[in-house]
Design a protein around this ligand. Structure first.
Ligand SMILES: [Cu+2]
Length: 149
């Protein structure tokens, strides 16, 4: 009976497995729980340089939702930290859940900021460049904060 249950679970996992894109990875921004944080000392530019992001990868932003948020913005807003510029047209997506999984589904630059007053200027901004295919070298590299899907 127990063996049958195990087989059923294994079969289910095998059924679900192909739905995941081979090579896609999930990154917890900042590498730790509540890694999207001000005052944490995390240098997001340095964090992003640790990895090579490819289409299909996922960024996970974890934060206290009453203290931070997450806006995907244009490069201009990323640089100015001014989300009201251009009538707010520089804001692409607003996330506020505190656990936001952002699928990087296009090969392009992505820019993220926290819109709480002063946080972006204080360092809560992240820029990543997403390439069409992952570099082969990274496939075998195991690094903190990255886990295979
Ligand atoms: Cu913030």
């Amino acid at each position: 009976m127990a063996m049958q249950a195990v087989l059923a679970v294994v079969s289910l996992l095998l059924l679900l497995w192909p739905a995941r894109r081979a090579g896609a990875a999930e990154y917890v921004v900042g590498d730790v729980g509540y890694g999207w944080e001000s005052g944490s000392g995390i240098n997001y530019a340095a964090w992003a340089r640790e990895y090579s992001f490819a289409v299909g990868d996922v960024l996970v932003f974890q934060y206290v939702s009453t203290q931070h948020d997450l806006y995907e913005v244009t490069e201009e807003v990323y640089r100015s930290c001014d989300t009201t510029a251009g009538g707010g047209n520089g804001v692409r997506v607003k996330y506020t859940s505190g656990y936001d999984r952002v699928v990087l589904d296009e090969a392009r630059g992505y820019w993220f900021i926290c819109d709480f007053p002063g946080h972006c200027l204080g360092g809560m901004r992240l820029a990543v460049n997403v390439s069409a295919t992952p570099p082969p070298a990274q496939e075998e590299k195991e690094v903190a904060g990255r886990r295979r899907l």
